[in-house]
Design a protein around this ligand. Structure first.
Ligand code: ATP
Length: 432
């Protein structure tokens, strides 16, 4: 028996389809013929700042254990499925399929996968790597999808991972409003959180398991273990038929996109963790976005809490110059603007002390005295007593923010961003 790793990407368009569905159909067809999957299929989210993506920049991979003479049949089924389902008529859809035979994923494939998640690579780089490691690439049109397909095979999900159960709609219903019992989702969330997560936004009550696109997905439930997402799915009442269900093991919610950097080293298209001190106070710009500036010993960078992050902005507005922070977020390529970190979460390492000047009280009548102007001292309106400017007291004010971490709400969360609850509850917790 040999192991055949299969990666697929770039099959969908804004009008429909989804690479997770193409994978699910290929897997179902192979299983019907008696082929066995090794482990869970993988759903790998790639660089969230990459501009040529349809939606959430995901690719998929799975592994089949088969006899050597069965390999051509497997390849044929996968390629036919991609050809049949991919939105090939759409210019921006450029599918790629990669086959890699071997019991171990070469270290340079893992390195490549990390690069596709954290940076930008070229199609040529993917082709060169495939040649070196002996992987077979199939390009449809431009074949850009081989980048994600190879990255999905190369990601062994060794350090941290989560699961997503996806239920697909029957073809007749795609493109119509999704029908699902809202209260059953609320109950599911109540009963399974935090072993499932980000399925409902507590700040707005918004249900997060149903997408708003014409894709084949009815709902997707995120959780820590296959058992947790299965249990949760049984609680969700779908009011329309489900064509099929699949569970993917994934790097969603793991922070795999982030890298620690000094400000001077931060680059567009990266997602970073930066430590620094607030050097320019937060201000709200048109559109409701809140921007402040952070500085370290190498430079300064803007940080933004965009409007959709809602109440997250209220906390950000409380920062003052001197606050020491660790910020997490992505940097989009926008040549017309200064480099800006799109905040995903923030840790306040040390809140700067805040002082307020307090006018003295009148030594005769006890009434609070009035300032006569800058450095001109104070006077009592009632008894006309005067005191010098030095008689004012400086008082330390209680800050409305202390050390600790906070994050954007689920509705504004990137697929790869690790929700704080996963840090608190521990990774891959919640076995039910
Ligand atoms: P789907 O959810 O169906 O996969 P998507 O939002 O993931 O859609 P794609 O249609 O797959 O977007 O388009 C992204 C394309 O960019 C793919 O061809 C993928 O191989 C490629 N790609 C992804 N990340 C990078 C990257 N970091 N550098 C270069 N190419 C990338």
């Amino acid at each position: 028996m040999v192991l055949l790793h299969i990666g697929i990407d770039d099959t969908d368009s804004k009008q429909g389809m989804c690479t997770t569905y193409v994978g699910a159909v290929a897997i179902r067809r192979l299983q019907k013929l008696g082929f066995r999957l090794k482990g869970y299929p993988k759903l790998i989210r790639l660089n969230p700042n990459w501009k040529i993506k349809t939606r959430g920049n995901c690719s998929i991979a799975f592994t089949i254990s088969a006899k050597r003479d069965q390999i051509p049949t497997i390849k044929e089924i996968v390629l036919r499925t991609v050809e049949e389902l991919a939105e090939l008529h759409v210019e921006t859809t450029n599918p790629g399929v990669v086959f890699y035979q071997g019991s171990r994923i070469a270290p340079e494939m893992k390195f490549f996968s990390k690069k596709v998640i954290q940076d930008v690579v070229t199609i040529e780089e993917a082709e060169e790597l495939a040649k070196r490691v002996g992987a077979e690439v199939h390009k449809f049109k431009l074949g850009r999808g081989i980048v994600g397909a190879l990255a999905a095979i190369g990601n062994a999900l060794e350090n941290d991972w989560t699961f997503e159960l996806i239920a697909y709609r029957i073809p007749e219903n795609r493109g119509t409003p999704r029908r699902i019992d809202r209260s059953s989702v609320e109950e599911m969330n109540r009963k399974t959180y935090p072993s499932t997560f980000d399925n409902l936004d507590p700040s707005t009550g918004e249900i997060r398991i149903t997408p708003h696109t014409p894709c084949p997905i009815l709902y997707g439930i995120r959780g820590e273990t296959p058992q947790a997402v299965k249990k949760a799915s049984k609680m969700v009442r779908a009011l329309e038929p489900i064509e099929q269900i699949i569970i993917y093991k994934t790097n969603q919610g793991t922070d795999e996109h982030l890298r620690k950097v000094k400000i001077a080293d931060a680059k567009p298209n990266w997602s970073v963790i930066v430590e620094g001190v607030v050097s320019k106070a937060p201000r709200t710009i048109p559109g409701g976005h809140v921007i402040f500036r952070l500085k370290d010993e190498t430079g300064e960078i803007d940080c933004a809490a965009y409007e959709p992050t809602r109440q997250f902005r209220d906390k950000v507005r409380k920062f003052i110059i001197g606050d020491r922070l660790r910020v997490y977020g992505g940097i989009k390529e926008k040549p017309e603007l200064p480099l800006t970190i799109n905040l995903e979460k923030v840790e306040v390492l040390e809140a700067a002390p805040l002082f307020r000047k307090e006018n003295p009280r009148c030594p005769s009548c006890g009434k609070r005295m009035k300032s006569e102007g800058k450095n001109k001292g104070y006077s009592c309106k009632r008894c006309k007593t005067k005191l010098p400017a030095s008689s004012a007291k400086t008082i330390r004010v209680e800050r409305a923010i202390g050390a600790g971490k906070f994050e954007v709400p689920p509705r504004a969360r990137r697929h790869l961003a690790k929700p704080l609850i996963r840090e608190i509850a521990g990774k891959n917790s919640g076995d039910l």
